[in-house]
Write a protein that binds this ligand. Structure first.
Ligand SMILES: O=c1[nH]cc([C@@H]2O[C@H](COP(=O)(O)OP(=O)(O)OP(=O)(O)O)[C@@H](O)[C@H]2O)c(=O)[nH]1
Length: 606
């Protein structure tokens, strides 16, 4: 059998797979790895909301699974394995983490969330090297995760239930098995198939290559005894397993703080998520800086490049540039080989200044304005708006209104809006059926990204983009070429003062959250006055959610709105009430993608 060199490296080691998953066993044995299986007893009960990202949660669970086996094996037979592998697979959609369904109803709930949409599958993997000396356990932990994006077809209820009754969903993350019947539900995938099945073999081999054939001498990250995260995993040990054991056997050896004589079981879980959260602003600023220095643009044209060449081309210090580039590698924005640095797929897709789905403008806005606003957070929270609003908010509000401080700032704001609108336009345009309308007016439609998408989706529809004259003045450079441009026109005006263009559908996307309640009422009352009987109002907003984890992006944005414009995200219930208050009925709601709610309401015929 052909064996990948890194797998061969493990040939004479005692390798344990800490997993009961038959799929993981199959994938690793097909790869030629020899191992024993010792299923973990770690209960997957970590607090999901304490992790900044879903993958941080998956990695931590994988690590705890493997550590549980390490401790139990060490205590039980004192012949510690050399390597223990743990893994955890989760599905994420709309800010939620889905694991294995607990029953058929739960499987149905999961599958109907995934139905017709895109979701991500993350597998976190922990590779634990164990060392036993003087009866003590020492470990070195290496960990990584892999993401695969999966698109589900639109499926009927009947088909979902038939699939659920097959029994296949029950032991699978997200309630489906892509490798079997569940493959019929999947329209497309982007990324590693085996990652969805439960084990990212390719990334695993790369990780082993990093560990066993490091370019320099850098190898495993040795984790001190006292930082081995302890978890409550021993309650199920049989008497035989537990007999005569020193319960502190797996505990930290040589703790620095001898005064804290804690046992492993009494140590709290290692706060990986919290530590990532603490350092979160550093990662953002590193990304902002690399964008501002046009690192990704450069590497798109010339790659791979060494740090010294990048530094000379972007006119920065070699030392500082090298550090920044390595951080970008760690953040998954760049890739690094002996030949130099190049863009990761993520960077190539979203971080080029002229890419189709560029978030460059949004990053620039965050760097130049939101960042500054957040530096006043403490005083603004104390005062409810105030200083930050006066110092920074006026400027930010000016970006949205006619008192805009300058052309550059306005263009920065437009680029940010354009990038976000291109990302969400398809979801907003297709979330609900708009085919009964023939004319639409997108209020505050900025560069027209959503208007063009509406025109493409509904060939009978003409769309007027209504925005401030100083915005309309700059829209030309954002226009696509193609036939649907004839359906879209631009009209300058202020939706608080000027008469609104006639239309049978008004559209507000990401507008209401910019304004306090009093202005929202004024705007809705003007739209209600202009809307013909039978006409509609489509509102797309980042909505607050009942689930605190899913609500996080909305809540953070709400905080940022408070600082910048006095506006804020509103819950779906609030949005619905607002529309009803202004005479709209028949409110239909659709949740799209990760964060948006789209609401369509009708002005009744009187
Ligand atoms: O398409 C597929 N998606 C997922 C799976 C299987 O789902 C489970 C994921 O659960 P988890 O990571 O918790 O792993 P367990 O099964 O509980 O085993 P442990 O050893 O970790 O306790 C996993 O088995 C995937 O293989 C699938 O089969 N297809």
């Amino acid at each position: 059998r052909m064996m990948y060199p890194v797998i061969r490296k493990l040939q004479h080691k005692r390798v344990v797979l800490a997993s009961a998953s038959p799929r993981r066993q199959e994938i690793l044995s097909q790869a030629g790895l020899r191992f024993e299986v010792v299923p973990s007893r770690f209960k997957e009960k970590l607090n999901k909301s304490s992790f900044p990202t879903p993958h941080a949660y998956a990695i931590e669970t994988a690590k705890q699974k493997a550590l549980d086996v390490a401790r139990r094996m060490h205590q039980k037979d004192l012949r510690t394995p050399d390597i223990i592998i743990g893994a955890d697979t989760i599905v994420t959609i709309e800010g939620l983490i889905l694991e294995k369904p607990v029953d058929k109803q739960d499987a149905y709930w999961m599958l109907s969330r995934l139905n017709g949409k895109e979701h991500s599958v993350f597998t976190g993997v922990a590779i634990i090297h164990c060392f036993s000396q003087d009866g003590q356990l020492d470990v070195e932990i290496s960990q990584f995760y892999e993401e695969t994006v999966v698109m589900f077809s639109q499926l009927s209820e009947e088909l979902l239930w038939e699939y659920i009754h097959s029994g296949e969903p029950m032991d699978k993350a997200g309630g489906y098995g892509i490798q079997a019947l569940g493959g019929m539900l999947v329209e497309s995938i982007h990324g590693d198939f085996l990652n969805v099945v439960g084990f990212p073999l390719n990334h695993f081999c790369k990780k082993l290559a990093e560990l066993y054939f490091p370019p320099g001498a850098v190898g495993l990250q040795r984790v001190k005894h006292d930082s081995i995260p302890a978890v409550d995993t021993f309650e199920n040990l049989s008497e035989e397993e537990g007999a005569g054991l020193d319960r502190g056997g797996a505990q930290a050896r040589g703790t620095q703080d001898a005064g804290h004589d804690r046992t492993a079981e009494s140590l709290p879980p290692f706060p990986t998520g919290l530590l990532e959260l603490i350092a979160g602003f550093q990662a953002s600023k590193a990304l902002f800086t690399a964008c501002k220095l046009k690192v990704f643009d450069l590497l798109q044209h010339e790659a791979p490049l060494q740090a010294v060449d990048i530094a000379s081309k972007i006119d920065t210090s070699e030392h500082g540039t090298g550090r920044l580039l390595d951080v970008c590698v760690a953040l998954g924005l760049l890739e690094k080989t002996e030949r130099g640095y190049s863009n990761s797929d993520l960077a190539a897709l979203y971080l080029l200044s002229d890419g189709e789905f560029s978030l460059h403008g949004f990053i620039e806005l965050n760097d130049e304005h939101t960042w500054a606003a957040f530096t006043h957070l403490e005083s603004d929270v104390r005062e409810g708006s105030s200083r930050g609003h006066r110092a920074v908010g006026d400027e930010a509000e000016g970006l949205l209104q006619d008192s805009c401080p300058g052309r550059d700032a306005r263009l920065c704001f437009m680029r940010a809006k354009h990038g976000l609108a291109k990302l969400t336009a398809h979801q907003v345009a297709t979330a609900l059926d708009l085919s009964r309308f023939t004319s639409a007016c997108h209020l505050g439609g900025c560069t027209g990204a959503l208007a063009h998408k509406l025109a493409r989706e509904y060939p009978r529809l003409t769309v007027t983009v209504f925005d401030l004259p100083e915005v309309i003045e700059h829209v030309t450079c954002f226009q696509p070429s193609g036939p649907q441009t004839e359906q879209v026109s631009f009209v300058p005006g202020d939706f608080f003062k000027d008469s609104l263009p006639e239309a049978d559908l008004y559209v507000l996307s990401g507008i209401l959250h910019d304004w306090p309640d009093e202005k929202v009422h004024r705007l809705l009352s003007r739209i209600s006055g202009s809307c013909k009987p039978g006409g509609g109002l489509l509102v797309a907003e980042v909505a607050l959610d009942e689930d605190p984890r899913a609500a996080r992006p909305g809540l953070l944005r709400s905080l940022s709105r408070l600082l910048q414009t006095q506006g804020g995200e509103r819950s779906l219930t609030k949005s619905r009430q607002l529309l009803q208050l202004h005479g709209f009925t028949d409110v239909q709601v659709a949740r799209t993608g990760d964060v948006l709610h789209v609401v369509l309401a009708t002005r009744p015929a009187t």
